[in-house]
Design a protein around this ligand. Structure first.
Ligand code: ADP
Ligand code: ADP
Length: 230
């Protein structure tokens, strides 16, 4: 589904360039919940931005379903971007939980009844049906994060990219967020790529994993074969 081939990326540094990604390759199967785990500065966000087509790598290729994204023009790039949802954690503070989930559907011009049906379905997946009318400030951090995921899923993407979705959450709230990502995969068939510093996150929900360190993939494959001890 997502293939990353020999991705390299550096940023200008004070004395020498900072290498964020060194020859990174990975293969995310359709319908997988794929985890990229590594310490701060390992290159996870840079990788996520490259896969989200928000950043151009210096070298290497990102493919979706075999399609090389490097040479895409405006219209075709937009088509691919429409299939690939990127988790944006900032909610509209003045809109309700339902309103936040509905926002992308409004932008797409989805009519009222279909919007309501889809928002209802997504809120159910999030386990937040009872919270539909509440404002973000009235929700816990974990609930807010789930609403942000719901907004990313509303328009029916095939891929969801979540860069450190649990980084600032308590363990219990992380659990509910991971459950939602797992349900997105299981019930909507969305391919999910998640980055995290936290080993336990990948162990809880991911089936495939890449371990990143200093911009390099040091290990990848099934989460069951992870070398590091829990
Ligand atoms: P992680 O998400 O694993 O913490 P990042 O991808 O944010 O890692 O960063 C990898 C390396 O690239 C770090 O050394 C970071 O300082 C550097 N880096 C990332 N983005 C930029 C940028 N826009 N400008 C300069 N350096 C950057
Ligand atoms: P806001 O105050 O954020 O604008 P609205 O009440 O206008 O929120 O709702 C925004 C969108 O969410 C509308 O498209 C509406 O159809 C949908 N919506 C609102 N409440 C629900 C609900 N309980 N279940 C499903 N969809 C809802």
């Amino acid at each position: 589904m997502i293939t990353v081939e020999n991705l390299s990326k550096s940023f200008p540094g004070k004395t020498s360039p900072v290498v964020a990604l060194r020859d990174v390759s990975l293969d995310v199967s359709p319908g997988a919940l794929y985890g990229v785990v590594g310490p701060a500065g390992a290159g996870k966000s840079t990788l996520a931005r490259c896969v989200a087509l928000k950043e151009k790598p210096d070298r290497g290729v990102v493919r979706f379903d075999g399609l090389n994204t490097a040479g895409l023009d405006g219209k075709r790039l937009r088509e691919v971007r429409n299939q690939v949802a990127v988790l944006d954690m900032a909610l509209h503070a003045e809109r309700t939980a339902a309103g936040n989930v509905a926002a992308p559907l409004e932008q797409l011009g989805v009519d009222g009844p279909r919007r309501r049906a889809r928002v209802g379905q997504v809120l159910d997946l999030l386990g937040l049906t009872q919270r539909a009318g509440q404002l973000p400030a009235e929700l816990s951090k974990g609930q807010q994060r789930r609403i942000a995921i719901g907004r990313a899923l509303a328009a029916g993407p095939t891929v969801l990219l979540a860069d450190d979705p649990t980084g600032d959450l308590e363990p219990e709230e992380s659990g509910t967020v991971l459950t939602v990502l797992d349900r997105a995969r299981a019930e909507l068939g969305v391919t999910v790529l998640v980055t995290t510093k936290d080993d336990s996150v990948v162990r809880r929900v991911c089936d495939e994993v890449a371990v990143l360190d200093s911009g390099r993939v040091v290990e990848n494959g099934s989460v069951l074969d992870l070398v590091t001890d829990p």
